[in-house]
Design a protein around this ligand. Structure first.
Ligand SMILES: *Cc1c(COP(=O)(O)O)cnc(C)c1O
Length: 354
C-alpha cells in the first residue's frame, strides 16, 4: 500500500487475549477480576443524566483526581486520569521516546511495551530477568529516556522491592514508569517514591482490582511537573463522563475493594498449592494470576485440552514462557473446575514431553 509510515507497516499490533462470546465458559485468560464492581458503581450508572451525556466531560476528571489523591495520600495535582492504564503507556511513549530516545525494560514482561515502541519508532533495550525475576542490574545503565518496570510483573507475578526501585529511580537519568496494574493484589506499592523522585511515574488501572475492565479507566501518580507535561500529550477528553463517574464511585468504595482483592489473594494461595500438588511448578505470585510451569507435559497440549473443556487460560509461545501457563485466579468455583479438569487431563495423558 505504502500509505503508512514504515514502522507502522512493519508492526504486527498488540494481540489481546481471546474474549469468548459465550458467558458460560471458565475464563481465566485475561486477568479480569472474578467479581463484579462495587454496587456503588451500578447505582451511579443508573443515575447518569442525559445532561451529563450531552455535555463534554471534565477534561481532566477532577472529581476522580480528588478521590484518588485522598486514597493514595497525595494531592490532586499528582494524579492524571487515563482511558485505561494502557492510555498512560501510550502517552509516556509519546512524551519521552523517539528515534534517539530509547525505552528500556526487563523481559519477559507486558507484551504491549514493544508494540508501543514500534509505533513511536523508538529503540527498545530489553534486559533479561534471571530465572528468579530479580531486577537486572544492567537496567540502571542503559541511558534510556524511559525505563518501565512492571511490578508485580506480568506474566511472572514476581515483585521487586520498593527499596530496589528507589535505587533504580535514583540511578536513572530518564523517567522510571512503574506499571502497578496488579499492585492491588500485592502487599506494598511504590506511591511514596513519587514524593522523593521527580522522575517516577506510577501506573494504576481499574481493570483488575476494581473489576472494571469494561469501562477503560486508569491513572498516573507522579510529581506535578511530570503530570503537567503528560497532560500536554493526552487526548483533549481522554476520559469520558460515564467512565469517570463509575471509576470515582468504585475507588471511593475501599471496603468492597479490600474485600474482593483479599478474596482473590486467598484463592491465589489455594490455587497455587493445588497446582503444585498436580506437579506444576508455581512460584509465589503477588498478582491475580499464577504462572505455572508444566514439568512433564507440554504446556500447549494442556492448553488445547482445557479449551476443549471450555476453560481458557493463557499460553505464550515465547522463549522462557512456552513451558508455562498463565492462569488468572477465578472464583472458588472456577478454580475448582480448573483443578478437577486438570486432574482428569493429566491422568489421561501419560506420555511425558520431550
Ligand atoms: C491490565 C494491564 C495494564 C492496564 O490495562 P488497562 O485495562 O488499560 O487499564 C497495564 N499494564 C499491565 C501489565 C496490565 O496487565
Amino acid at each position: 500500500m505504502g500509505y503508512f509510515r514504515k514502522n507502522i507497516e512493519k508492526v504486527k499490533g498488540y494481540e489481546p487475549g481471546f474474549q469468548p462470546k459465550d458467558t458460560d465458559v471458565v475464563k481465566l485468560n485475561t486477568n479480569e477480576s472474578p467479581y463484579p464492581p462495587s454496587p456503588a458503581v451500578l447505582k451511579v450508572l443508573t443515575e447518569i443524566s442525559p445532561e451529563k451525556l450531552r455535555r463534554y466531560p471534565d477534561p481532566i476528571g477532577n472529581e476522580f483526581r480528588r478521590a484518588a489523591a485522598e486514597i493514595n495520600n497525595v494531592c490532586p495535582e499528582n494524579i492524571m486520569c487515563c482511558n485505561g492504564g494502557d492510555d498512560l503507556l501510550t502517552m509516556a511513549f509519546r512524551a519521552f521516546c523517539d528515534k534517539n530516545r530509547p525505552v528500556a525494560y526487563p523481559v519477559p514482561t507486558y507484551s504491549l511495551y514493544p508494540v508501543l515502541a514500534k509505533l513511536q519508532n523508538c529503540n527498545t533495550i530489553e534486559v533479561p530477568f534471571d530465572d528468579e525475576f530479580n531486577l537486572p542490574a544492567k537496567l540502571a545503565g542503559t541511558n534510556a529516556a524511559l525505563t518501565i518496570v512492571c511490578n508485580p510483573n506480568a506474566p511472572s507475578g514476581s515483585f521487586i522491592s520498593i527499596d530496589e526501585l528507589a535505587s533504580l529511580a535514583d540511578e536513572l537519568s530518564g523517567v522510571l514508569l512503574i506499571d502497578e496494574a496488579y499492585v492491588d493484589f500485592a502487599e506494598a506499592n511504590c506511591t511514596d517514591l513519587v514524593k522523593e523522585f521527580d522522575n517516577v511515574i506510577i501506573l494504576r488501572s481499574l481493570s483488575k482490582g476494581y473489576g472494571l475492565a469494561g469501562i477503560r479507566f486508569g491513572y498516573a501518580i507522579a510529581q506535578s511537573d511530570l503530570i503537567a507535561g503528560l497532560m500536554k500529550v493526552k487526548d483533549s477528553y481522554n476520559v469520558d463522563a460515564v467512565a469517570a463517574a463509575v471509576a470515582t464511585a468504585a475507588i471511593k468504595d475501599q471496603k468492597y475493594f479490600t474485600e474482593t482483592t483479599e478474596k482473590v489473594k486467598k484463592a491465589r494461595g489455594l490455587l497455587s498449592e493445588q497446582l503444585r500438588d498436580l506437579g506444576f511448578e508455581v512460584p509465589k505470585s503477588c498478582a491475580n494470576f499464577v504462572l505455572a510451569r508444566c514439568k512433564n507435559r507440554k504446556a500447549d497440549v494442556i492448553f488445547d485440552k482445557l479449551v476443549e473443556r471450555r476453560i481458557y487460560v493463557r499460553y505464550f509461545n515465547l522463549p522462557g514462557l512456552d513451558d508455562k501457563l498463565r492462569i488468572t485466579v477465578g472464583t472458588d468455583e472456577q478454580n475448582n473446575k480448573l483443578i478437577s479438569d486438570l486432574k482428569e487431563i493429566l491422568s489421561q495423558d501419560t506420555a511425558p514431553s520431550a
